[in-house]
Structures are given as C-alpha cells and as structure tokens.
Write a protein that binds this ligand. Sequence first.
Ligand SMILES: C[S@@+](CC[C@H](N)C(=O)[O-])C[C@H]1O[C@@H](n2cnc3c(N)ncnc32)[C@H](O)[C@@H]1O
Length: 322
Amino acid sequence: MTSTVHVPILVEPIVRALIEPFEALTDDAPAHWLVDFTLGGGGHTAALLEALAGQPRLARHRVLALDQDPQAIERARTRFAGELAEGRLEIQTRRFSEAEDLLAQRPILGMMADLGFSSDQMDTAARGLSFQAEGPLDMRLDPTRGRSCREYLTQVSEAELARILEEYGEERFARRIASALVQRRRERKLPTTTKELADLVVHAIPAGARHGRIHAATRTFQALRIQINEEMNELDCLLGRAILFLKPGGRVAILSFHSLEDRKVKQAFRGDREELPPFKPLTKKPLEADEAETNRNPRSRSAKLRVAEKTGSQGETAHRSR
Ligand SMILES: C[S@@+](CC[C@H](N)C(=O)[O-])C[C@H]1O[C@@H](n2cnc3c(N)ncnc32)[C@H](O)[C@@H]1O
C-alpha cells in the first residue's frame, strides 16, 4: 500500500470543455452521461461530479468511471460511496478495449482519459513500475492478468526488444541495452527487480551518457511499461472504437504524457483515421499546465491536453452516425 495521493492535472479546462454540451441540452432531455475512462485516484471524476451537482439544471446527469486497476476501483468505491448510492456515479473495472457493452447502454455526451499511470501506482513498489522504489519486475497496471515484465523478458527476442525500446522509449542505445539483457539471460542472471534492471541499463550504455537530465533507465522503463500494458493498442481502441459512442455535439478530452500518445490523439482528432466519424478539434495546439501548476505538481510538466467535439446534429445517435 502507499499513502501517495495522485494530484489531478488540468482539471479546470477539462471540466469546462466537457460540461458545455450538457448546458446546451433542453430541460426535458433525459439524463446523459460523462465517461471517465481513467478513474485512478478519482480526482477528475470528483471534479466532474461536482460540476454537474453545482448547477441544478445539470444535477440529473451522471458519470461512468472505468479503470483496469482493481485496487484503484476498490479505493474509489469507498471514496465515492455516497455518489454511488445516489446513482450519480457508476464504477466498473474495464480496459478501454473492453468497455463497448457499457458504452452502448447509455447516451454519452462527454468522455475523458488521463493516460498512463497514477502517482500512487508509480509509488507502490510491489507494482514494479519505478526504479526509485525497488520492487519485483512486474509493471502491470492490472496485476491479475497478462505477463509480468520479467516473464516478457524471459521470452522476447533481442531484435524485438531493441525495436520496442526504440519505438516506445525513443531510446538511442536500444540495441546495446537489448544485447546486454539477452546476454544476462544466457547467463541465467536476468534482473528480478526494478533496481537490478535500472543498474543493467546504466552499465549497458556509454559512460558519457550515464548522467543526463533524466535517469538513464527512464526510457527503458517507459518502453517496457507501454509494451506490458499494451498501451498503444489500448489507445487505438479508445480513439478508434470507444469514442464512436459519443453523441454528436459531445466532447472528448485526452491528457497524454509522451509524444507517441499525443501524436495518435492529434491524428485521430484531425480526421486522419478514415473509420472515424468527423471530429472537430477544439484545441489546435495542445493545452499545457501553467507554471503555478507545474510547480505544485511536477508530473503535470509533460501533460498535453487535446479536446475535440463530435460533429453532426444532436438528434443522431452514436450508432446511426457510424
Ligand atoms: C493518470 S491515472 C488517472 C488519474 C485520475 N485522473 C485522477 O485524477 O486520479 C491513469 C489511470 O488509468 C488507468 N488506465 C491506464 N490505461 C488504461 C486502460 N487501457 N484501460 C483502463 N484503465 C486504464 C490506470 O490504471 C490509472 O489508474
């Protein structure tokens, strides 16, 4: 367990963008839903609930909050016991790629995702996400399924590992690190903890590159976490399938934390993906946290927020517009 509390990022612009379409609904419109795909510590969900409750005209609308992490879900059920009992909030354990049954059941006018992992997941050593806190080499955001990082490293080929480190970590020394890992595997000395992996990476790269602005193992850890949690495939499912369930006039807000994610979001909102109905980007350039927020919350430094609106008339349903 950890006592770290995740501080939500860019709350105000996200809430403002997502609430506006609700304000445009007529008073006799049925209850509509906002979906938070990344419940985490519940920071954005709480702000969305508060914004709906704060205006009597909007108080009947509801929030559906999802997460793949069973521990995050359990904590949120306690935190939001009141809202759950009142029926203002529904919480479900789901991945982006497995949420369609829930999305198809309701009219949805807003969606958000705050990608990646939360500070409390990062600081829970047992999850093996961090080289700062020594833990088992796991990295799964849902530890109940899939392969741990260590299992993955026992099976992956050297060429594939180098490709993952290069593509997902933009790691310059991808081939050297992959070669060092595979060599250790041959010697039956594959790292079993996050710290052992970080040390291996540091020793695999040239001495002159060991003391940069970020820790030498940062990119390797990012790449492996993305691979273990299938984060790129999940984001493709979110952008290519889940957001189809948004009603025309509804909005989607996505907070991303590295260039690979942001590129996918930008392309989807710009209409590069033929399978998507038209979306109008509301942020030409991504919004970033200001100095006050980055001082308060260093994690917000790399955050980029993009918002888009699904075009078409309010009368159309998600299914008709597909
Ligand atoms: C940055 S945190 C969200 C923090 C939250 N907005 C808050 O204010 O506390 C990201 C959360 O998304 C979850 N997550 C990441 N990828 C997911 C996926 N593909 N499906 C479902 N949940 C996912 C993680 O388990 C984590 O709890």
